[in-house]
Design a protein around this ligand. Structure first.
Ligand SMILES: C[S@@+](CC[C@H](N)C(=O)[O-])C[C@H]1O[C@@H](n2cnc3c(N)ncnc32)[C@H](O)[C@@H]1O
Length: 330
């Protein structure tokens, strides 16, 4: 356990909370390192302070943002078939659970013994995990504030328990494909032989639909992107002027990904703690990628990570897919 890690147990609200939140010094060093790289970039995990998590929930409600409602419909329509194929998994682990709304669609049919929501956004996780526990009082909830790009451990999870990882929201698309495969391998080690992963993956489709989804008319995605700079200002002693940066998102067909950037409107210099960072006019910070896959491409990625592809569910327009993979028995 690292120095900043602690285990908090609450008995009155009946959830256990494990705080492995990354240290502020890690946030500072990763941001500075990313802004000194050419081209400039900041990892998308830093979008999610409490404001970022709430803005993401607003994005999920936007008419242009099809992934959330499409995936929810797939889960709702196929809850029984999903539970039947997965069988009895006693522990459901959800890295990057956000609001935990999607697992709620499956809990009555999956009937796990315990649910382990994990997220980097601490206050939002506490609220979401508590809401699951209130709605499903029979369920044992162990919430863990973690960075899932770092090695994860489940100290409270018995080795012999059968484990299912649930990873919806196409969060896998935020990894470069080679790192997505590594992440899948990491999940494989976490759930072990006989375990599985139920994972939501956004599909390749008409570019207009993709571009609209990340450029909504109400400007919520722009606010979400710019909130990263506001967070850096308030937590890392920086002086970004948000009005001098623009949100820019587009589908890059050559590599099959949406790219999200913040574009400097003019030459400017920014201070972050001890560091000065220069921007040319038009220079960007790459803040997120969201890779899109075909079903075959993703099955192949899961297979290369060591999983057996078992079943895929999609919507009628083939916009989104939910895959179930299993770890071969030892
Ligand atoms: C795109 S949202 C998806 C939320 C939810 N799973 C869904 O499907 O609606 C990504 C979620 O993962 C969390 N997250 C992003 N990067 C993370 C990281 N490195 N470690 C832990 N959580 C992370 C965010 O806080 C956010 O709740």
């Amino acid at each position: 356990m690292a120095e900043n890690q602690s285990v908090l147990t609450s008995t009155d609200n009946e959830i256990q909370f494990y705080d492995f939140h990354p240290k502020m010094s890690d946030f500072y060093s990763e941001v500075v390192e990313g802004l000194k790289t050419e081209p400039k970039k900041i990892p998308p995990k830093f979008f999610y302070d409490e404001t970022g998590s709430r803005l993401f929930e607003q994005i999920c409600q936007l008419p242009e943002y099809y992934p959330t409602r499409t995936e929810q419909q797939i889960l709702e329509d196929n809850a029984s078939s999903i539970a039947q194929i997965i069988g009895d998994h006693h522990y459901v682990i959800e890295p990057g659970c956000g609001s935990c709304e999607k697992i709620k669609l499956l809990l009555d049919t999956l009937k796990p013994e315990a649910y382990v929501p994990m997220d980097i956004s601490k206050e939002f996780l506490q609220e979401s995990a508590q809401a699951v526990s209130d709605e499903f009082p029979w369920l044992d909830v162990h919430a863990a504030c973690v960075d899932f790009t770092e090695p994860m451990e489940l100290p409270f999870c018995p080795d012999e328990a059968r484990k299912l990882a649930f990873f919806p929201g196409s969060s896998i698309g935020n990894f470069e494909p080679s790192l997505a495969q590594k992440f899948m391998q990491h999940v494989l080690n976490l759930v072990g032989p006989g375990g599985g992963i139920l994972i939501g993956v956004d599909l390749k489709k008409d570019e207009q639909i993709l571009n609209d989804a990340y450029n909504d008319n109400a400007g919520v995605t722009a606010d979400f992107n710019l909130n990263l700079l506001a967070r850096i200002n308030s937590e890392l002693d920086a002086n970004f002027e948000l009005e001098h940066f623009d949100h820019h998102a587009f589908y890059n067909a050559d590599v099959g990904r949406i790219e999200m950037h913040l574009v400097s409107q003019k030459p400017q210099q920014i201070k972050i703690g001890e560091h000065l960072i220069s921007f040319e006019s038009g220079e960007t910070i790459h803040t997120e990628s969201s890779y899109k896959y075909t079903i075959k491409e993703f099955q192949s990625l899961g297979h290369k990570a060591g999983f057996n592809p078992i079943k895929v569910w999609t919507d009628q327009d083939d916009r989104f897919s939910v895959h179930y993979f299993e770890v071969p028995q030892a």
